[in-house]
Design a protein around this ligand. Structure first.
Ligand SMILES: *[C@@H]1O[C@H](CO)[C@@H](O)[C@H](O)[C@H]1NC(C)=O
Ligand SMILES: *[C@@H]1O[C@H](CO)[C@@H](O)[C@H](O)[C@H]1NC(C)=O
Ligand SMILES: *[C@@H]1O[C@H](CO)[C@@H](O)[C@H](O)[C@H]1NC(C)=O
Ligand SMILES: *[C@@H]1O[C@H](CO)[C@@H](O)[C@H](O)[C@H]1NC(C)=O
Ligand SMILES: [Cu+2]
Length: 210
């Protein structure tokens, strides 16, 4: 019963602390939209994929179309029309800038780059895109799809699909915390817009702190 009251208060904590931000991948030409997201530590960023076939790869500001060591990678997510049911979610752990690009074809050079917490002066998204335009290669990392984040199916109705989601969510994910987040978000309608979703993962953290 102590456990139950802790769980009840944990969801309130979760609501207060963590937000989910959405980024549209290829929804409007070769772009990430928005191309810069302001996120707090503990927030989640979910990438939604549009036709035809894009990826999200973490980079450094200095090497815009190259994977950063240990960075995240969604894998290629194909869809022939409309939004793919597959989403890729990463956790933001601090407010340092996070840079990313699409490794398809020459999308990176063509401006398909974005950031989380980029500055408005100095190392800006515009500067990153300008450097990307001059990159000689656009490199897909040689790591597992879903590395550094969580792939999940956002639009499922059946138990069979839910099982698939849980197994997909294991890709590139080591912690039980991330898995519990995915199970929960997969069961609820997805949010398009900013700051509408709240992370069950953080609710879980919250209950550890109570
Ligand atoms: C989600 O499911 C609904 C109902 O089956 C369907 O109309 C819609 O196109 C689906 N969305 C995606 C992104 O697949
Ligand atoms: C980033 O997005 C803003 C708002 O849509 C746009 O004005 C700007 O040109 C974009 N910058 C780059 C480098 O894509
Ligand atoms: C680009 O790719 C080629 C062929 O894989 C490689 O030899 C070269 O070093 C790469 N250039 C950069 C800047 O990474
Ligand atoms: C944030 O931390 C988690 C847990 O250590 C890690 O799995 C994830 O890759 C980190 N996020 C980023 C963007 O580095
Ligand atoms: Cu692309």
């Amino acid at each position: 019963m102590l456990f139950q009251s802790i769980l009840a208060s944990s969801s309130l904590l979760g609501l207060a602390l963590a937000a989910t931000h959405n980024v549209m991948v290829g929804m409007s030409g070769l772009t990430f939209m928005p191309n810069n997201t302001a996120a707090a530590a503990g927030d989640m960023v979910t990438f939604h994929f549009y036709p035809a076939k894009h990826s999200v790869v973490q980079a450094t500001f200095a090497a815009p179309c190259e994977p950063s060591a240990g960075g995240f990678y969604s894998g290629f997510v194909p869809t022939s029309s409309g939004e793919s049911m597959t989403t890729f979610t990463i956790m933001v752990n601090d407010t340092k800038p996070i840079w990313f690009y699409c490794s398809q074809g020459t999308h990176c050079q063509s401006g398909m780059v974005g950031a989380i917490n980029a500055a408005t002066t100095g190392n800006t998204v515009e500067g990153f895109a300008a450097a990307a335009a001059k990159a000689t290669n656009n490199t897909t990392p040689q790591v597992a799809d879903g590395m550094g984040g969580t792939l999940s199916m956002s639009n499922m109705t059946s138990t069979a699909s839910a099982t698939k989601s849980m197994s997909m969510s294991m890709t590139g994910t080591a912690t039980g915390m991330m898995t519990s987040m995915t199970g929960s978000s997969a069961a609820s309608p997805k949010n398009i817009g900013t700051g509408l979703g709240y992370s069950a993962a953080f609710a879980f953290l919250g209950y550890l702190f109570v």
